[in-house]
Ligand binder design. Structure first.
Ligand code: HEM
Ligand SMILES: *[C@@H]1O[C@H](CO)[C@@H](O)[C@H](O)[C@H]1NC(C)=O
Ligand SMILES: *[C@@H]1O[C@H](CO)[C@@H](O)[C@H](O)[C@H]1NC(C)=O
Length: 555
């Protein structure tokens, strides 16, 4: 036998062995799932299979073209199927069903009370930490720990999410949105909205997190700084490459023989770490001398940690770095992708833009952005909040996963109580519960922000009576619920509203019409693009928003 044949035989036989092994696991999981007594769907390839993650969408779209291609495989076996499926599976199978995979069983829940129960029972349904382990690059943090350690970290980090931070987020966002708008308005056609919005969100974070303010620069305007010289640029490179960094590790990235691109990523990690260490040392000194000059998330974190250390033990230096990184990680693309979806939806819905502008003129008058007040203006901008709620309802950026870990758990769903086996993933079906006609009415799938407004005004005098409705508890969970819900919820709301205010009070946006297309046709095309182009890449986002160029005009 030649070497080639030998290799072929070994790789073939190990592939066959692997397939056989995973199907034995599938069978065992199936038997476990049957005992629960709820509907079952079998998924042939595990959702977490790293090879499959790279090719799933392509393979599934190939299969869909085949005559038998409309089965459960093409329906469920790819990342992001939830958003395409919406509430259909739950209508077919009820409020709870199980997906059996070769790795774990995945329980999908679409019942508000059961969901609230899951969120409340934090130690019965912990976070499956192995998925998040990669996020430990700069140190242990909120997303990667559980139990007592998490409680301690959460208590200290919570002190950073206060009204002072929100005020900074408000004014920085208003200021940056104005500059972003000026850039967009200077162009005949804007293809870079998603990119520019990511820059916007990065700048808000560097101001709130580190106290560093940067001038906005658009997609075609090159920044004057390099990763080695600016905190923001190094953070940007770190965030843009975080999957790479997590996969390879900072240790490996420091190897001198790596290609230039990877070395640049390494440099960014080093300089980001250097900035954090510098501020840490400065603030430690300031704390000893009982004076602190700056107010931002980093300094509050250090301060709160020192204060806590006097009584019950604070964060370690590594934990502070880990958490600063994770706040940036969790706060960057979440808000950026949401704002991109919202701008696209608004471009397709000029009437909603008019409706927003009406509120913005009523509340802000002709005041300049630096004169907009967080305390008195933000709470009155309910239509702006409604646009955010409606956008995250349909395009929920963060998928939440819990699991049962080592113990079986019982859960009441409707009139039945089920027993969930150990090692079962427990998934809030956000895409289903957010669109279920039972909770959202017959037009649940339409993007209609006014559904969020109670007592809609009929005249300018009743404007301030408008109120945001509160959906049934558990039926709206984009920021999750319970103790482990998103600490950045208000942060993201303030950032989003200030951005919308900056963009839409005096300006309007339209899609660029293609040759022979009416404006209505272009709007319909944008809606279609939002629907077809959104995909789960870590977070849910539009993959190619540049395919619908936009144009901004003064009202
Ligand atoms: C539209 C914007 C946002 C959405 C929809 C969102 C959603 C979520 C969700 C669903 C979780 C829970 C994840 C899980 O249980 O697995 C979460 C956690 C978290 N979010 Fe957000 N988030 C947003 C913005 C932000 C911002 C702006 C920040 C910080 C500046 C932030 C910081 C965090 C942190 C630190 C956690 C982990 C909390 C913990 O485990 O204790 N998020 N977010
Ligand atoms: C999907 O799986 C279920 C349960 O195994 C089965 O009843 C159903 O017919 C399948 N659907 C298709 C289209 O094959
Ligand atoms: C639960 O039981 C009550 C009382 O027997 C009944 O009215 C209700 O329709 C049941 N709910 C479901 C979802 O079956």
């Amino acid at each position: 036998m030649s070497l080639f044949q030998l290799l072929l035989v070994t790789s073939l036989s190990s592939t066959i062995a692997w397939i056989a092994y995973s199907w034995v696991c599938l069978l065992l999981n199936y038997l476990k799932a049957r005992k629960v007594g709820i509907p079952i769907r079998v998924v042939l390839i595990s959702h977490g299979n790293p090879f499959w993650i790279l090719v799933d969408r392509k393979v599934v779209s190939l299969f869909k073209r085949l005559p038998f291609g409309n089965g459960n495989f093409t329906r469920y076996n790819w990342r992001g199927w939830e958003v395409e499926d919406r509430y259909r599976s739950h209508l077919e199978m009820g409020d709870v069903y199980m997906q059996v995979t070769p790795d774990k069983n995945w329980l999908y829940v679409c019942d508000p009370e059961a969901l609230m129960d899951i969120f409340r029972r934090r130690s019965d349904f912990p976070r499956p930490l192995e998925i998040y382990e990669m996020l430990n690059v700069f140190g242990p943090n909120l997303l990667t720990v559980e139990g007592h350690q998490w409680k301690q970290q959460r208590k200290i980090t919570s002190t950073c999410f206060n009204e002072q931070t929100n005020e900074i987020v408000w004014s920085e966002s208003a200021y940056l949105a104005n500059d972003m708008l000026r850039y967009w308005a200077s162009k005949e056609l804007v293809k870079s909205a998603a990119d520019d919005i990511r820059t916007f969100s990065l700048h808000v974070l560097s101001k709130a997190g580190f106290g560093k303010s940067y001038k906005f620069h658009g997609h075609d305007e090159s920044p004057a700084t390099s990763p080695a010289t600016s905190y923001k640029e190094s953070l940007k490179v770190v965030l843009e490459n975080c999957i790479l960094i997590m996969a390879l590790g900072t240790e490996f990235l420091s190897k001198p023989w790596l290609p230039q691109r990877l070395r640049r990523v390494h440099q960014a990690c080093v300089s980001f770490q250097k900035y954090m260490t510098e501020v840490y040392e400065d603030e430690k000194r300031a704390f000893r001398n009982e004076k602190s000059i700056h107010r931002n998330i980093m300094t509050s974190l250090i301060r709160a940690s020192h204060e806590e250390a006097l009584t019950s033990g604070g964060l370690t230096e590594k934990e502070i770095y880990g958490n600063l990184f994770v706040l940036n990680f969790a706060g960057h693309d979440t808000t950026a992708h949401t704002l991109t979806f919202a701008v696209m939806f608004l471009a397709a819905n000029p009437a909603v833009q008019d409706w927003l502008s009406e509120e913005l003129h009523h509340v802000l008058g002709d005041r300049r952005p630096d004169d907009w007040k967080y305390g008195s203006d933000f709470p009155r901008l309910k239509r702006c909040i409604a646009v955010l709620m409606e956008t995250v309802r349909l395009y929920t950026p963060v998928p939440v996963a819990k699991w049962t870990e080592k113990r079986a758990q019982t859960l009441k769903v409707g009139n039945n109580t089920i027993t969930i086996p150990p090692e079962t993933m427990v998934i809030p079906s956000y895409a289903a519960i957010h669109t279920h006609p039972g909770y959202w009415g017959p037009d649940a799938l339409s993007w209609r922000p006014s559904r969020w407004i109670a007592k809609p005004s009929t005249s300018l005098r009743s404007f301030d009576d408008e109120d945001i409705i509160s959906p049934q508890r558990g039926a709206f969970i984009p920021w999750s619920e319970g103790e482990r819900s998103c600490p950045g919820k208000k942060f993201s709301q303030v950032e989003f509203v200030a951005a919308i205010a900056g963009l839409f009070r005096d300006w309007r946006v339209d899609p660029i019409q293609q040759r022979g297309e009416t404006l209505e046709g272009a709007q319909a095309r944008v809606l279609e693009l939002i629907h077809k182009d959104s995909a789960q890449a870590l977070l849910l986002r539009m993959l190619h928003p540049e395919r619908a160029p936009l144009v901004w005009r003064r009202r």
